[in-house]
Design a protein around this ligand. Structure first.
Ligand code: ADP
Ligand code: ADP
Length: 229
C-alpha cells in the first residue's frame, strides 16, 4: 500500500494569495516522485498538506484511495515519515532522539536503525546504548550527523510513505553524497516524495514534477526533461 494521489489540489495560507493552483499527481505505491522548482513555488507546502498540517481549499488528497480528511491524524502520521530540511534534535540522549516517533522500540531495534544510518561512525556506543547527550549539554553534531539521526528515527518508525524535504540541501557535496546513499537505502520499497531544488539530485526518480508558481509546469523522467531543454 501507500499510493499517494493529489487531485486538483488548491491551497492558500491567506485568502488573498493562492499558493497551489490546481495540482494533480500520483505517487504509486513503492515509487519515487520528485518535486523540483524555484524557491517559493509551493514544494514544501505539498509535503505539509500530505502530512495534514493544513487542510486544502479544494480538490482531494488520497492515500490508498482514502481521503486524508477521513483518516485519523494519528494513523496518517504513523504511515508517513518525514526527513525534514533542518532536523531539530532534543537536548537529550541520542537514543531518545532516535526513538522519538516510536518510543516503544527495543534497544536492538534502535541499534539496527543507527547502524543502517551509519551513526556508529561519529559516536561510540556506551554500555547503556546510545546514551550520548546531544544539544547544548553535550555532543555537538554537524548538519550531516543530524541528518543521520533523522534517518535513523525514520528507519525505526518504518513508515509506508516517506517525505524527503530538501533533506540534503544544507550539506557540503561530500556529505550530501553519503546522506543521499543512506536515503536511497531507506526509501527502497517505500512510496517516496522528494522535495528538491536541483534536478541533479533526483536523477533516479520515477517521475519529476516541475512546480512553478503553484502550478505544474513540466513533468517526466530525468531523461525526458533533459531532452526537452
Ligand atoms: P518552496 O518549498 O517551493 O520553496 P513553500 O511551499 O515553502 O515553497 O512556500 C510557497 C509560498 O508560500 C511562499 O511564497 C511562502 O512564502 C508561502 N508560505 C509558506 N509557508 C507559509 C505560511 N506558514 N504562511 C504564509 N505563507 C507561507
Ligand atoms: P507527531 O505527529 O508524531 O507528534 P510531529 O508532527 O511532531 O509528529 O512531527 C513528525 C515529523 O514531522 C518529524 O520528523 C518533524 O521533524 C516533522 N515536522 C514537524 N513539524 C513540521 C513542520 N512544521 N514542517 C516540516 N516538518 C515538520
Amino acid at each position: 500500500g501507500g499510493t499517494v494521489r493529489f487531485e486538483d489540489v488548491r491551497f492558500s495560507y491567506d485568502p488573498e494569495r493562492e499558493i497551489l493552483k490546481g495540482v494533480s499527481f500520483e505517487v504509486p505505491a513503492g515509487r519515487t516522485v520528485a518535486i523540483v522548482g524555484p524557491s517559493g513555488a509551493g514544494k514544501s507546502t505539498i509535503s505539509r498538506l500530505l502530512y495534514r498540517f493544513y487542510d486544502i481549499n479544494a480538490g482531494r488528497i488520497l492515500v490508498d484511495g482514502q481521503d486524508v480528511r477521513e483518516v485519523t491524524q494519528a494513523s496518517l502520521r504513523a504511515a508517513i515519515g518525514m526527513v525534514p530540511q533542518d532536523t531539530v534534535l532534543f537536548n537529550d540522549t541520542l537514543g531518545y532522539n532516535i526513538r522519538y516517533g516510536r518510543t516503544g522500540a527495543s534497544d536492538e531495534e534502535v541499534a539496527r536503525a543507527a547502524e543502517l544510518a551509519q551513526i556508529d561512525g561519529f559516536v561510540r556506543r556506551t554500555p547503556k546504548g546510545y546514551a550520548t547527550e546531544v544539544g547544548e549539554r553535550g555532543l555537538k553534531l554537524s548538519g550531516g550527523e543530524k541528518q543521520r539521526v533523522a534517518i535513523a528515527r525514520t528507519i525505526l518508525k518504518d513508515p509506508t510513505i516517506l517525505i524527503l524535504d530538501e533533506a540534503t540541501s544544507a550539506l557540503d557535496s561530500h556529505t550530501e553524497r553519503e546522506i543521499q546513499d543512506a536515503l536511497e537505502r531507506v526509501s527502497r520499497g517505500r512510496t517516496t516524495l522528494v522535495i528538491a531544488h536541483r534536478l541533479s539530485t533526483v536523477v533516479g526518480a520515477d517521475e519529476i514534477i516541475v512546480l512553478e508558481h503553484g502550478r505544474i509546469a513540466e513533468r517526466g523522467t530525468h531523461n525526458q526533461l533533459m531532452d526537452r531543454q
